[in-house]
Design a binder for this molecule. Structure first.
Ligand code: ZN
Length: 342
């Protein structure tokens, strides 16, 4: 099969387009003929090499996958050959306390397809049967590949962790990012008042189309002052972020009493500091969050089916142009998903 893979870690030039053996379908697995695979920043980190993680090489990247069922292994009953599907990106043991409680993203064997195992930059991929989910019929393959990882992450952060409610002021930092775009839509669906913050007027202009209520350009404005103005000094009930070090101290001061801060990353650095007096005196809560459960993924697909969310796609490239796709992400030129079509 045709695939994009790498034999050593490094810059985008390590990505090779060529032929690899087609995967075998084992018991409990399903062979997918891949139609589209969307990129995530995770792909760049895995390509460069994550400290402490050793991958068998060659490795195929790609966590957001849609396609058609090509072959069904023994023990899988819920899908048949020809079904149009998308792949839930998280894998887990399926038998531990966390998995059986439905919190499979807390399984100690939790992994992400494309990060810890082979991914979707290829014509075929075998995945566990439980990860195969029906594609919303109203979405194209490209659209169906454009939502799983980011919407799952953002839903888990805002709904499962922060319990967003109607009327909450939700400040989304880096609102133009993949998870930011999802967060704006999820917060709006729950009746929140969304303050979108981003580093460029161009990105903010695009976020306007997603329904955010207020906009802050944090290259030009102090986001804490702006939030205090917009909320009549109440502060933000929820701050959604993955910026980390650079904005953390100000974020803590920007929270309303009883406010919740949730993070899924640390793009500007992980040595964040804070004044603990704010934490206890204002009854604040801080959540860390990674991915979400398979049950949440199924639920999310229903909202796409009902037209409540829209996947945001920056551009579609052929699989052979994966290097170019990585360059676009590295320069943060995109708004929404860069998708490889296969
Ligand atoms: Zn488990």
């Amino acid at each position: 099969m045709k695939a994009v893979y790498f034999n050593q870690h490094g810059d985008e030039s390590v990505l090779q387009y060529g032929a690899l053996p087609e995967p075998q379908v084992a018991t409990g697995k399903v062979l997918i003929q891949i139609k589209a695979c969307a990129l995530n920043h995770l792909d760049l980190w895995v390509r460069r090499g994550i400290p402490g993680s050793r991958l068998p090489l060659p490795h195929i990247l790609g966590s957001d996958i849609s396609g058609v069922v090509a072959e069904v292994g023994a023990g899988v009953a819920q899908v048949k050959v020809g079904d149009e599907i998308f792949v839930s990106p998280g894998t887990s043991c399926g038998v531990c306390e966390w998995c059986l409680t439905g919190v499979d993203n807390n399984c100690r064997h939790y992994g992400v397809i494309g990060e810890n195992s082979s991914g979707g930059y290829a014509e075929y991929l075998a995945v566990p049967g439980v990860n195969v989910m029906p594609k919303p019929a109203n979405l194209s393959f490209v659209e169906a590949a454009a939502f799983p990882l980011t919407f799952l992450t953002s839903w888990e952060m805002l709904v499962t962790k922060c319990r967003v409610r109607p009327g909450d002021f939700v400040l989304v930092l880096a609102a133009g990012s993949g998870v930011g775009v999802a967060a704006v839509q999820i917060a709006k669906l729950h009746g929140a008042i969304v303050i979108a913050a981003a580093g460029s007027a161009e990105k903010l202009e695009k976020v306007k189309n997603l329904g955010a209520d207020f906009f802050i350009n944090y290259e030009e404005q102090n986001f804490r002052e702006e939030v205090m103005k917009l909320t009549s000094k109440r502060g933000a009930d929820i701050i959604f972020e993955h910026v980390g070090e650079k904005t953390w101290p100000e974020s803590i001061k920007t929270l309303a009493r009883g406010g919740r801060l949730v993070t899924c990353g640390a793009t500007t650095g992980y040595n964040a500091t804070m004044d603990l007096r704010y934490l206890f005196s204002k009854n604040l809560q801080i959540f860390g969050s990674i991915m979400g459960s398979k049950g949440t993924m199924l639920r999310l697909a229903d909202f796409f089916r009902a037209g409540k969310f829209k996947p945001v796609i920056d551009r579609v490239l052929p699989l052979a142009e994966a290097q170019q796709a990585h360059r676009i992400l590295a320069r943060r030129e995109q708004f929404g998903k860069v998708v490889l079509e296969i």
